[in-house]
Design a protein. Structure first.
Length: 256
């Protein structure tokens, strides 16, 4: 039978993976898939602070992401530079600062995650926040897709493009912050981009695509924890390997 720690890890990983896959379908539509990687690296200063002062790394990661996203959003409004460019500028600066303070013995945990210290309360909080992120993004999903097709047309329909982009980025920050404990800062791009790509291969309409991302992300999380338990390899890489395996299967069965 599955012990309590493993059950908590499964529950947290499946919920975060499912919501990350859902959010990733929008990243793919907006051609922002690689933004997840820099956003993950932006968490490093927050992780370093959390490890130094002994509080939950997800809190430090999320706080740093919110700060960074607000800065990026303000820069984008002022400079009109692409979000990818601004993210790269902010994330490289953050990584440089983080490694000045990150304890050497905690580098592996920061980069690829660690689920060995999960508690019931942290799992319940993570699952609840993942569901909240899903509900929020679901309410604006069609508007984000519309604005990705034509921002000018979306504005002509009185869609507050800047506002919904900020809400979406904050939801991404929340999910990435939660996912740090599982996959670390190094692998965050994969939990949002690979399930979305898998779903794209198997979908014939937008609804299938969106909910396919949920299934692919959740299934990758479940398989990753099983591999983690069976072969005693870190959970983060196991989840990403599982996700990559599902993607390869989707290529074989891709709908034309």
């Amino acid at each position: 039978m599955m012990d309590e720690k493993l059950l908590l890890a499964m529950l947290m990983t499946v919920s975060i993976g499912a919501v990350a896959g859902y959010l990733g379908t929008l990243m793919l539509s907006k051609r922002m898939s690689l933004v997840g990687g820099p956003l993950g690296h932006l968490t490093l200063p927050g992780i370093a602070i959390a490890l130094i002062y002994g509080f939950d790394v997800s809190i430090g990661a999320f706080a740093m992401l919110v700060l960074a996203i607000i800065v990026i959003w303000l820069f984008e409004k002022r400079t009109k530079l692409p979000i990818e460019t601004l993210t790269a500028i902010v994330f490289t600066s953050s990584v440089a600062v983080a490694f000045l303070f990150l304890p050497a013995e905690e580098v592996e945990m920061a980069l690829i995650g660690d689920i060995s210290q999960l508690t019931l309360s942290s799992t319940i909080l993570s699952v609840s926040l993942s569901i909240l992120a899903f509900i929020v993004v679901k309410t604006i999903y069609k508007k984000i897709v519309f604005s990705a097709i034509s921002e000018d047309l979306a504005k002509s329909e009185n869609i507050k493009v800047d506002r919904i982009n900020l809400i979406y980025l904050l939801a991404v920050a929340l999910v990435i912050g939660l996912g740090i404990r599982i996959v670390g800062s190094l692998l965050t791009a994969a939990i949002v981009s690979i399930p979305a790509a898998t779903s794209r291969n198997l979908s014939i309409n937008m609804k299938q695509y969106a909910y396919g991302g949920i299934i692919a992300g959740g299934l990758a999380g479940m398989l990753g924890i099983i591999i983690y338990q069976l072969f005693a390899i870190p959970a983060g890489p196991a989840v990403i390997i599982s996700s990559a395996g599902l993607f390869l299967l989707s290529v074989a069965f891709r709908r034309t």
